[in-house]
Design a protein around this ligand. Structure first.
Ligand code: UDP
Ligand code: MG
Length: 313
């Protein structure tokens, strides 16, 4: 094995993880022992937890104040904000982002570091080998989402890629230069480019606690991803409008011609009502799509900070 001395920053977003943190830290420490040539720092981000997460982080910080740091937000700002904050704080030449629930196995760290240090890649990512253990309905929608977004966006988002990845300083600087407010990390990681190698592993159960995702916020997350990385929905709205306009125009010509030739017996009210409902439905749907983008622009132009820090060590 080639000896390299480097510094690795570990970014860990935590939301209500009081039970998972005490299980996570020793596992990473164990992995650390296999890489004696590497200096470490931790950046835990407490994303407005309502349990004793902050207390647990303070305990770790007290144990090893030189290497364990934490940032505590004033409220829950979401995992994306936590990741961004951690990346901003990291000082290492290699940076890894991982979940605290041990679904991202720490024993991958030496291998990831070794691969990066060899210099052939800028990022060592991870993806799930399969979707075993996942509810079938979630797998179905996840697959649908990846198919859809990869078809309508120029940025490729690898199916099953996890956020667990180790990156070079250069790549992290590129990610930090992406200043958008609506951060869809899966997309941004891919958008900045650089060479990524994916390691695979099967789904793991959470070490403790419960996932903060449910069907609705996953759906919202998917829509946010699509809106952030594709304007195809806007084109669909525009073309739907165009086609229904042309269709209606042709229908009008036909109806007038028919009335002139055959007279105009008043009939066809039910079909008229159906057409009005159909077309106004399309209009509202398209307005909704446009509104979604305008909403994102609104959030973007306000230039609000991504997070507010309450405490930091
Ligand atoms: N997380 C966070 N803020 C949130 C939700 C989640 O910082 O608002 C953290 C959470 O503590 C965990 C990681 O993001 O370390 C992944 O969350 P989770 O395990 O709930 O997601 P899943 O693994 O089920 O996709
Ligand atoms: Mg998890």
């Amino acid at each position: 094995m080639k000896k390299v001395s480097s510094k690795l920053s570990i970014i860990v977003p935590c939301y209500n993880e009081e039970e998972a943190i005490p299980l996570f830290y020793p596992e990473v420490e164990k992995a650390k022992e296999k890489m004696p040539e590497v200096e470490f720092e931790y950046w835990f981000v407490n994303d407005g937890s309502t349990d004793n997460t902050l207390l647990e982080l303070k305990k770790l910080n007290k144990k090893d104040p030189q290497h364990v740091h934490f940032v505590s937000f004033s409220r829950n700002f979401g995992k994306e904000a936590g990741l961004f904050c951690g990346l901003q704080r990291a000082t290492g030449n290699y940076i890894v982002v991982m979940d605290v629930d041990l679904q991202d196995p720490p024993d991958f760290l030496p291998k990831m570091h070794q691969l990066l240090a060899e210099g052939n890649y800028d990022c060592i990512g991870t993806k799930r080998a399969d979707r075993a253990g996942e509810p079938p309905i979630r797998s179905f929608f996840a697959r649908l989402f990846y198919k859809l977004i990869n078809r309508i966006s120029d940025t490729t988002i690898v199916d099953g890629a996890r956020d667990y990845r180790m990156m070079t300083r250069q790549m992290v600087n590129a990610i930090l230069s992406v200043k958008e407010y609506n951060r869809f990390s899966k997309g941004i990681f891919s958008w900045v480019g650089f060479k990524t190698k994916y390691l695979e592993y099967s789904n793991k159960e959470r070490s403790a606690g419960t996932t903060s995702w449910n069907f609705w916020n996953l759906l919202q997350y998917s829509i946010d991803g699509i809106v952030a990385f594709s304007d195809v929905p806007l084109n669909i709205a525009a073309f739907t409008g165009l086609f229904s306009f042309i269709g209606a125009g042709l229908a009008i010509i036909w109806i007038i011609t028919r009335a002139v030739i055959f007279g105009d017996p008043t009939s066809g009210w039910p079909s008229l009502v159906c057409i009005i409902l159909f077309v106004s439905g399309i209009q509202l749907f398209c307005l909704g799509i446009v509104g979604k983008y305008i909403g994102k622009i609104f959030l973007e132009v306000k230039h609000r900070p991504l997070y507010i820090v309450k405490e930091e060590k």
